[in-house]
Design a protein around this ligand. Sequence first.
Ligand SMILES: NC(=O)C1=CN([C@@H]2O[C@H](COP(=O)(O)OP(=O)(O)OC[C@H]3O[C@@H](n4cnc5c(N)ncnc54)[C@H](O)[C@@H]3O)[C@@H](O)[C@H]2O)C=CC1
Ligand SMILES: Nc1nc(=O)c2c([nH]1)NC[C@@H]1CN(c3ccc(C(=O)N[C@@H](CCC(=O)O)C(=O)O)cc3)CN21
Length: 302
Amino acid sequence: MEIQKKHKRVYSFEFFPPKTDEGAEHLRQTRQRLERLNPAYFSVTFGAGGSTQSRTFETVVDIQRSSPAEAAPHLSCIDASREQLKEMIQRYRDEGVSYIVALRGDQPSGSGSKGLGELRYANELVELIREVSGEHFTVEVGAYPEFHPEAPDAITDIENFVRKAKAGADSAITQFFYNEACYYRFVEDCERRGVDIPIVPGIMPIMNYEQQARFAAGCKADIPRWLAKRMEAWEHDPRSQIEYGIDVVTELCQNLLDNGAPGIHFYALNKAPIIERIWHNLGLSKETGGEVRSPDEIELPV
Ligand SMILES: NC(=O)C1=CN([C@@H]2O[C@H](COP(=O)(O)OP(=O)(O)OC[C@H]3O[C@@H](n4cnc5c(N)ncnc54)[C@H](O)[C@@H]3O)[C@@H](O)[C@H]2O)C=CC1
Ligand SMILES: Nc1nc(=O)c2c([nH]1)NC[C@@H]1CN(c3ccc(C(=O)N[C@@H](CCC(=O)O)C(=O)O)cc3)CN21
């Protein structure tokens, strides 16, 4: 963690694009609450299963034009031609966007794939972004401390990540995890291989445990047995699930930061209250110059 400790800590939140006008208004309210915490940027995914880029673009432009924080669109190459990617990069540049989260992306579910992908992996997308726009964008890439489900083995996955980092990425965001040891060991493996970019822990607060467990099973992120069993015991008591989840994730983040993590990337799932509670517990507004709200001002969803 020696190299990670040298980086300035960066805090960011991730949204998925809303599917309806009501969802867009709810996201706007969430974004206005979270921007008071003074994060560096808001990233916007393609939405579940890599759905169309169009909703992502609209959401990104709305953030870029109306928020003090930067907007960071996900751009994935798995189902887009080289020309389409170049066009999207230029469109974001024309909108004043200065961050891109470059991902291979998830295999679109079912027959969703258009089979357009010309670039096979994210390292090639990083190279394309550098080729067409030089150093203009801050390029974030994905990292997988518990190893990518498609990787043949752990060492190959680490070496693939190292190649991506050295292809010109500025920083990495991890897949979410709850076993912090996986993060420290992944970082040590990367630092031994010369990786010196920030590797920022991606943290998923527990908002709806059943949904969370389903998503984790889908992307092969581990929910530790001790956590799953407690959550299952509160199957009919969502308030206890949320309160316990806030304690668990607060402690995880505090330990990571105390051990030198270069910030936190929160998967916000378009909701503010639980993030605000965790942020308050960590006292992060002292560091970001953001607003401080007391817990009793933050109403939890259940
Ligand atoms: N915020 C988000 O949405 C985040 C998503 N992720 C997820 O992380 C995962 C990895 O990130 P991606 O950029 O999508 O994938 P990637 O292209 O970096 O890697 C995908 C798979 O291909 C392998 N691979 C990578 N480069 C290769 C190469 N040049 N030759 C052979 N094999 C190679 C990797 O070991 C891995 O198994 C994805 O599932 C992504 O969705 C990770 C962090 C954040
Ligand atoms: N492989 C992979 N793909 C991703 O898109 C992805 C990751 N990993 N890891 C980091 C973040 C986390 N992402 C997530 C995680 C959970 C939901 C989720 O639970 N979606 C609910 C709806 C949420 C809501 O409406 O409140 C769902 O039922 O899909 C969505 C995106 C997107 N990101």
